[in-house]
Ligand binder design. Sequence first.
Ligand code: UFG
Length: 341
Amino acid sequence: MSQNILVCGGAGYIGSHMVRLLRRSGHVVTVFDNFSQGHRAALPDDVSVIEGDLCDPSALVRAFAAGPFDAVYHFAALISVGESVTAPDLYYRNNVVGALNLLDAMRGAGCDRIVFSSTAAIFGNPETDLIDESHRRAPLNPYGWSKLMMEQILADHAHAFGVRSVSFRYFNAAGADPTGAIGEAHDPETHLIPNILLAAMGVRSGLEIFGDDYDTRDGTCVRDYIHVDDIASAHLAALGLMDAEPGAHAFNLGNGRGFTNLDVIDAARDVTGRDIPVRVGPRRPGDAAMLVADSTKARNRLDWTPEVPDILDIMKTAWTWHQAPAYGPFAVEHTAERSAK
Ligand code: UFG
């Protein structure tokens, strides 16, 4: 059955892939975004857009006046681990105060369903190779804390106000829509795969690896990469779970396979066929050595199966996007590189 959905942060990386999937699935979408990181060009031309900030309650009143909404997807958050260490005030204001404003506005409008973007960063340095939902939480940075606080707030809102929620702890979101129409375009770009591909393009002069003295197979950090459309498909399944079961649910989303930073560079060399110069720099503050998901619960409870689990396939979709991004900070450089050929 078609639902009316408000997507906060719908112009961002994961949000824009979600908007497309929701529309392909027959739902009606309204996007709320402040465009601080999101891109208008990432949105379909005919989607309803309300420009506003979660820290501005009057903007949220405007957004909910466009309802009623059956559910809210909340992707609008600050996401850089390193920045959160130096600017925690920004992270708590946007990620906690902003999300509380959203919950207040939902309650005012009688909307009681929310799907929330959480993170593997709530676990800190794990005690087991695979991290399942029962693993101890011990964030290493304010970004992780801001998301863990929101998970607690959602649990308390379930109890006090009957809010139904699903929190997804993403491990490392990667890849792009297979058509190359939308993809990852952060400014500044801090993530590993885009930075490797920008180095492969020659847009950046090589890649700096942040630390090679971790207690891992080759000394570099280990991450679990999951395709952005597979994250979106789990979010879609969350609608059914919220209908069936009240309460605050949480799931870890990954492929259950760990790749060192050097593995990821090798995968990029295979896919691009290009030379990627690499230098080793110091560790980045707030980084965990290894984060790999046990997503058995999502597979079982949401009947969810990742469709692009292979790192090479994930990398291919990212490479398609990065060779000709339609928007974002590197769109111009790429255009210049193409026209120079
Ligand atoms: N890295 C480099 N060089 C770069 C960029 C990254 O060596 O230029 C390294 C990082 O130090 C880390 C790994 O590559 O070891 C992955 O870093 P990313 O920045 O791509 O991703 P993170 O693991 O830091 O963070 C991502 C999301 C967070 C989320 C986290 C959970 O951005 O929102 O995954 O795993 F919390």
